[in-house]
Design a protein around this ligand. Structure first.
Ligand SMILES: C[S@@+](CC[C@H](N)C(=O)[O-])C[C@H]1O[C@@H](n2cnc3c(N)ncnc32)[C@H](O)[C@@H]1O
Length: 396
């Protein structure tokens, strides 16, 4: 296959090995599109681009998480930015384990293992027993990375950590997932001249992916698109994979709670009149752009989360909303600033970088407002301190 790479969006061009890898994935996806008659819905493309065995972005050995392109990474998450994130998270986790008299934590998509390592150590410092820490990880390379990191930084907890492919039938305890919902495949829909189309993927020149729209009969238009304002042409996403996932997770909850952190909005804000191009975003070497066909397998592809749909899925599964708020409110309520103040502010060399990172997590113009925390419970009823101020459940 001949793929001509020219520099686009000012992004760096991948090296030859990476391009070879990308070509293997492109060939693999093209085979699937051919078998499907020349078109596939976008969620199938996104699933293959991110999770195709050994080839997809999260299944291959690219670096992914890190601080800058210099370490080969593409983006950074709150768990990676600072241990203060997981240390703060430990408080509501401890509260739930105590209230439910359970000792099991389940983490979805554990990244480099940093969140798990810090959470396990902090729970221990708080005197909270965590006898089982289950990581549900789709990627073999990330499992290895997590195992290595936890063994190096929290060795004595390794015997209680287990890696599995799917959620246990019943979970009594706490389920957590940071930036997991945004990594789930979305379908794309476009409205043009008042008609709805499903936006899928086709191939041109035997090697290039392009968007291709298929008309939708009214009976097949997803109900959630009723939120889309009527005035003008519009492109947006729906979140079948994430809602099914939350339904499954909440159905498995016996006595306990599930907490998810991610960027996104309630339906009314998600399908805002001015958000006419949707929320699809790609990350490559710390550059953000909106072209999911640029470097398949080498770049992350994400979409913002539609939290009203997430709440509805949880409710249908029989779980109750514990709270929904901004990341800033959640972390402040859970005591992140108290943790920061335990450091010596006069030791500016150590204190200032940490204060800057906390500012990034909390600031309205960075992660504090766009990122939200949503939590569901089953089998127990309590109010979490982390949702005491600034709860926005009424917006969902
Ligand atoms: C953006 S990364 C976040 C990683 C980590 N939680 C962090 O905060 O650094 C998204 C992760 O979600 C994982 N993921 C997506 N769908 C999943 C699923 N159904 N089950 C488990 N993990 C999933 C991906 O494999 C990936 O590791």
């Amino acid at each position: 296959m001949q793929i001509n790479i020219t520099q686009r969006y000012g992004l760096p061009i991948p090296n030859d090995t990476a391009l070879e890898h990308m070509c293997s994935l492109v060939r693999y996806i093209i085979q699937h599109i051919d078998v499907s008659g020349g078109w596939m819905p976008f969620d199938r493309y996104m699933k293959l681009a991110l999770y195709a065995s050994g080839l997809g972005y999260y299944s291959n050995s690219t670096v992914k998480f890190g601080h800058s392109p210099d370490d080969g990474s593409d983006f950074i998450t709150a768990s990676e930015l600072t241990p203060l994130f997981a240390q703060t998270f430990a408080k509501p986790v401890a509260e739930i384990l105590n209230a439910t008299n359970t000792s099991h934590v389940v983490e979805f998509g554990a990244g480099t293992g940093k969140f798990a390592s810090v959470l396990l150590r902090t729970l221990d410092e708080l005197g909270i027993e965590c006898t089982r820490y289950t990581i549900i990880e789709l990627s073999d390379t990330l499992r290895e990375r997590q195992h290595k990191y936890i063994a190096e930084t929290a060795e004595r907890f390794i015997p209680c950590v287990q890696w599995v492919n799917t959620i246990p039938e019943r979970v009594d305890g706490v389920i957590v997932g940071n930036e997991v919902l945004d990594a789930m495949p979305v379908r794309i829909f476009a409205r043009q001249d008042s008609l709805w189309y499903e936006r899928g993927v086709s191939v041109i020149d035997a090697s290039r992916f392009v968007f291709a729209d298929r008309p939708l009969i009214p009976a097949l238009i997803p109900a959630t698109l009723a939120y889309v304002p009527n005035e003008h042409d519009y492109v947006t996403e729906t979140h079948e994979a994430a809602t099914k996932f939350v339904y499954t997770v909440c159905s498995a909850l016996g006595r306990g709670a599930a907490l998810f952190v991610d960027y996104g909005f309630p339906a009314a804000e998600y399908y805002h009149p001015q958000r006419t191009e949707g929320t699809l975003m790609c990350h490559y070497q710390h550059h953000a752009h909106s072209d999911p066909f640029l470097y398949p397998g080498l770049q992350d592809i994400t979409a913002h989360v539609q939290f009203s749909a997430i709440k509805q899925a949880a409710r249908i599964a029989g779980a109750h909303l514990l709270g929904y708020t901004s990341q800033a409110h959640f972390l402040i309520n859970a005591g992140i600033t108290d943790l920061l103040m335990q450091l010596d502010p006069t030791d500016s060399v150590r204190f200032l970088p940490k204060a800057n990172i906390v500012q990034k997590l909390l600031s309205e113009s960075e992660m504090g407002e766009l990122f939200k925390v949503i939590a569901f419970c089953r089998g127990f009823d309590a109010r979490l301190a982390a949702f005491k101020g600034g709860d926005r459940s009424h917006t969902l």
